[in-house]
Ligand binder design. Structure first.
Ligand code: ZN
Length: 163
């Protein structure tokens, strides 16, 4: 079986930045499951995996445009310090989830001033080239329910609990 749209794929992976620092890895965990072709993973990785089979491994370097996009400096903005419940404990590098018009968003504190806190709403990996080592561990057909939900069920996947 080969990887194609609507297959459930299990991969082992290590993600590094351009300096060789490990950003994320499945090492020590179960392989990551996703549904091919529905946007569960970044487009560049879907493209690289299309047509691969169990046992294949690959190294792929994915530019920002096919990963989390370019950085947008306009997404760095000031928020009044009093908007933060934890105003006294703020530190550069902290991340918060906020509700925006575009849905849930993670913002990173990039500066703290007298009255304002500078936050960056770019995805933490925006502008980064992503270097993946990937091994294809398993491939199966997705169930109708999985395709309806747009995510994988079962071990390593989405758990809706017992009804
Ligand atoms: Zn589901």
């Amino acid at each position: 079986m080969q990887i194609s749209k609507n297959k459930v794929v299990f991969i082992d992976y290590t993600l590094k930045d351009d300096d060789g620092n490990v950003i994320d890895s499945s090492q020590g965990r179960e392989p990551l499951p996703f549904i091919q072709g529905v946007g569960n993973i970044i487009p560049g990785l879907e493209n690289a995996l299309e047509g691969k089979a169990v046992g294949d491994s690959l190294q792929v370097s994915i530019p920002p445009a096919e990963a989390y996009g370019e950085r947008n400096d306009e997404m760095v903005h000031a928020v009044p310090r009093k908007m933060f419940e934890t105003a006294d404990d703020l530190e550069v590098g902290m991340q918060f989830q906020t509700q925006s018009e575009a849905g849930m968003q993670v913002v990173t504190v990039v500066g703290i001033e007298e009255e304002d806190v500078m936050v960056d709403a770019n995805h933490p990996l925006a502008g980064a080239t992503l270097n993946f080592d990937v091994a294809v561990m398993d491939i199966r057909d997705a169930s109708e329910e999985e395709l309806e939900h747009g995510h994988v069920h079962g071990p390593g996947g989405h758990d809706h609990g017992e009804d």
